[in-house]
Design a protein around this ligand. Structure first.
Ligand SMILES: NC(=O)c1ccc[n+]([C@@H]2O[C@H](COP(=O)([O-])OP(=O)(O)OC[C@H]3O[C@@H](n4cnc5c(N)ncnc54)[C@H](O)[C@@H]3O)[C@@H](O)[C@H]2O)c1
Ligand SMILES: N[C@@H](CCO)C(=O)O
Ligand code: NA
Length: 427
């Protein structure tokens, strides 16, 4: 039998994730090749500056500044640069040239996944993006393949390691938000511009990908209602703790009788809920499926080495298809369900107010909620400074739109000095 020809892997980008992928391809080459069924070789690594100082474990001759020529020579192109361009153009070039594509780029997949999937479909090549959602955790493949025979109703997850790390540090060590973000950058969790993490855009891209996979419906980044953690204060985290909750940035994708919705926002999660115990940069994704019931996926959602695990799994998968024939699953959007607007979301809320500590104040607030059809589940009042008190109300499930109108009306009451926070309660 003739020896299969080597598969040439082109890496685009050599940062936190790219460096780890390159090192494993070089040093675990024998095992990876055996799993693929053909020798895997690095064709080259495209970087901005081939002379920049880099990890000495990677031979210098692999670096090139000519990404286009490298793409044209490869069987599998692995994009680890991030950003929309030139990533999109290079991947389309790779696909059109007949190469399989692996990417960790959730921003690109959530913004323009359909063009890439359509191009891959037309060219008959694989496109894989396991690392794009929840880093090392296998979640894309389980949704696309293992659960393809079931109906998913809800996906609820902590999918951004940086913000989970930051909220955890604020809660357990009393750190300020910006100090904790710096640490997350140093640990290799944050995006090149950490605003994408802090403002929830990274989680929103992942929510769009999760919703698309779960509901067989095209959900793009622009469809996801997004609020990050920049408005979460040390006081919010402290009050959450006092009232039995943790603050977590959640990505939620839901199917209702009207359609599908996807949103990202900070939320209060009860301390006894498993999501409350997801610490540091770890991620967790809950999936509720009709027949399977609840499923939980948990693991490291960020960092070079954990993320490289998902990328390498995709490289092996794409390589196997090259050797054995066949190709990975295509995009599935046949259900084409309506994508619902943000104010259709229904959740419970915790509203914290500073009120004048005088008779009738609580009744006035309760009256406004009642007038707006928002029902109160629990209420507690704590005396604060002289003459004022902190009122913490938890509501039963209410529509986002009713709650917004209620909060505006409460703010207008004479007895209310300040709306301290309005946080959704999930889980
Ligand atoms: N770091 C993580 O924990 C993690 C986890 C999951 C997914 N991702 C995704 O993986 C991708 C890479 O992330 P990272 O953390 O390694 O980023 P990084 O910033 O550390 O690395 C990106 C590298 O690509 C290079 N690059 C950018 N544009 C280029 C161009 N035009 N030509 C050549 N090189 C170019 C940069 O110089 C940099 O070295 C991103 O899409 C990110 O969202 C990262
Ligand atoms: N910046 C991302 C990397 C993983 O996608 C995070 O913190 O989760
Ligand atoms: Na993953």
């Amino acid at each position: 039998m003739t020896e299969p020809r080597p598969l040439r892997v082109a890496l685009l980008g050599c940062g936190v994730v790219g460096t780890q992928v390159a090192k494993t391809l070089l040093y675990d080459q024998e095992d990876l090749s055996a799993r693929v069924g053909a020798p895997l070789e690095i064709a080259g690594i495209a970087v901005r500056n081939a002379d920049a100082p880099r990890d000495i474990a990677i031979p210098r001759e692999l670096f090139t500044e000519d990404a286009e020529t490298l793409v044209d020579e490869a069987d599998v192109v692995v994009e680890l640069m991030g950003g929309l361009e030139p990533a999109r153009t290079l991947l389309l070039r790779a696909i059109e040239g007949g190469a399989a594509v692996v990417t960790a780029n959730k921003a690109l997949l959530a913004d323009d996944g359909p063009s890439l999937y359509q191009a891959a479909d037309a060219a008959g090549v694989d496109i894989h993006g396991e690392a794009a959602v929840a880093g090392a955790i296998p979640i894309v493949r389980p949704l696309r393949e293992s659960l393809a025979g079931d109906d998913i109703t809800r996906v609820l997850g902590i999918v951004n390691g940086t913000t989970n790390y930051v909220l955890d540090q604020m809660s357990s060590h009393g750190l300020e938000l910006d100090v904790a973000v710096k640490q997350a950058q140093e640990l290799g969790y944050a995006e090149a511009d950490p605003t994408a993490d802090v403002e929830g855009y990274d989680a929103a891209a992942k929510a769009a990908i999760l919703a698309s996979l779960a509901f067989h419906t095209r959900v793009r980044m622009k469809d996801v209602a997004c609020e990050g953690i920049s408005g979460v204060t040390a006081e919010d985290v402290e009050w959450a703790d006092r009232t039995g909750y943790c603050v977590k940035l959640l990505a939620i994708a839901e199917r209702t009788s009207e359609g599908v919705s996807a949103r990202v926002h900070p939320a209060l999660v009860p301390k006894d809920h498993p999501l409350a115990n997801v610490r540091g940069a770890f991620n967790a994704v809950f999936v509720e499926a009709d027949a399977a019931g609840p499923l939980m996926f948990y693991g490291q959602g960020a960092g070079g080495r954990p993320t490289s695990s998902a990328v390498l799994g995709d490289i092996v998968s794409a390589g196997r298809h090259r050797v054995l024939g066949g190709k990975g699953p295509q995009e599935s959007t046949y259900a084409a369900l309506p994508v619902l607007p943000q104010d259709a979301a229904v959740t419970r809320y915790q509203v914290r107010l500073e009120v004048a500590d005088r008779p009738g104040g609580l009744a006035e607030v309760a009256g406004v909620l009642g007038d707006h059809g928002v029902s109160i589940e629990t209420v507690s009042q704590t005396a604060a400074t002289s003459g004022s008190a902190t009122l913490v109300l938890t509501t039963h499930a209410a529509r986002e739109a009713s709650l917004a109108a209620t909060v505006a009306a409460v703010d207008g009451l004479e007895s209310v000095r300040r709306i301290m926070s309005v946080l959704r309660v999930e889980g």
